[in-house]
Design a protein around this ligand. Sequence first.
Ligand SMILES: Cc1cc2nc3c(=O)[nH]c(=O)nc-3n(C[C@H](O)[C@H](O)[C@H](O)COP(=O)(O)O)c2cc1C
Length: 357
Amino acid sequence: MLFTPLEIGPLTLSNRIVISPMCQYSADDGCMNDWHLQHAMQMAMSGAGMFVVEATAVERRGRITHHCVGLYSDQNEDSIRNVLNAARSVATNDLKFAIQLGHAGRKASHNVPWQGGKALAMNEDSWITVAPSALPFTQGAHLPEALNKEGLQQIIQNFVNAAIRAVRLGFSAIELHGAHGYLIHEFISPISNQREDEYGGTLTNRMKFPLEIFDNVRKVVPANIPLGIRLTGTDWRDDGLSIKDSQVVAQNFAEHGADYLCISSGGITTGLEIPIAPNYQVHLAKAVKDVVSIPVRAVGLITTAEQANKIIIKEDADMVTLGRAFLANPRWVWDASIELDFPIKVPPQYERAYKAP
Ligand SMILES: Cc1cc2nc3c(=O)[nH]c(=O)nc-3n(C[C@H](O)[C@H](O)[C@H](O)COP(=O)(O)O)c2cc1C
């Protein structure tokens, strides 16, 4: 089952295995470089159905760190084109390239994880962050500016401009980042959205701005390119989003024309108690799958072929996304194909290393 094709809107994936978007924290003013080239080249030969390029900021201030990829300038676009063209030239198994567009909101202006992942100090060229409300992510984090109406329109325009660039780059799918405590999620969650205008209050109001972003992006993404979104399944806090809320959010994005959903969780604040274990978010994907008719992707500690295959066979999700497993082993799909007895195409130059079943 893991190796059967899947249609997401107008696009057919050769199998159900997706490489999760993963920030590499290695860009310069949003531009990809040789690091991204080697990363994309490895993933291109993985045999997966789709590779989602890391969270890509729609504006400079929407980057988590100084080294996040962006798509807000011609230079950014050219740098991504170089990487994408090279990766496409070696891609196997009809791999589709997608990009995740996002805005870090109040979680912007931090240093990279291997330097502590803390809020940047003034002498580290920090910048003013924006959010639905002037509430810091955690103690000691930046106090964001609450976006006014003009600011909201500017953000929508930035998403639209980045989407136009992504279409021009020839991505086969575009995904919005609506999870992990970044701007879109910050609007949906009552923990970070305490606005008193029409963008805050009820769940319907809190979804309004994210849906406006989605609708405006949808208008510039041609119908032959699927537009999906990664959402949170729960905030893991009593005063946050529950799975019931997330089902409603998911239904709304589906009604607005989303071609697929990826259900993740966490990240809205620090100190969450998340029962991290294999498949710990699969029940969230399943709960969403129960209420929508578009494909749903599961993610989170899916690491073995048997485990991934079971998720698809049980119809808990339509696709699985793996992150760290691919960093550890970019040939994960080759191994899975042998274990599950389903031959795939690998580059002929490497064929002698692949013991096709
Ligand atoms: C290095 C790293 C970078 C990540 N960057 C992103 C990102 O850009 N966008 C996103 O939605 N999730 C990001 N994540 C989360 C992963 O996409 C994935 O949801 C998470 O790692 C759980 O899946 P896994 O257990 O298969 O790694 C990142 C995770 C890692 C390890």
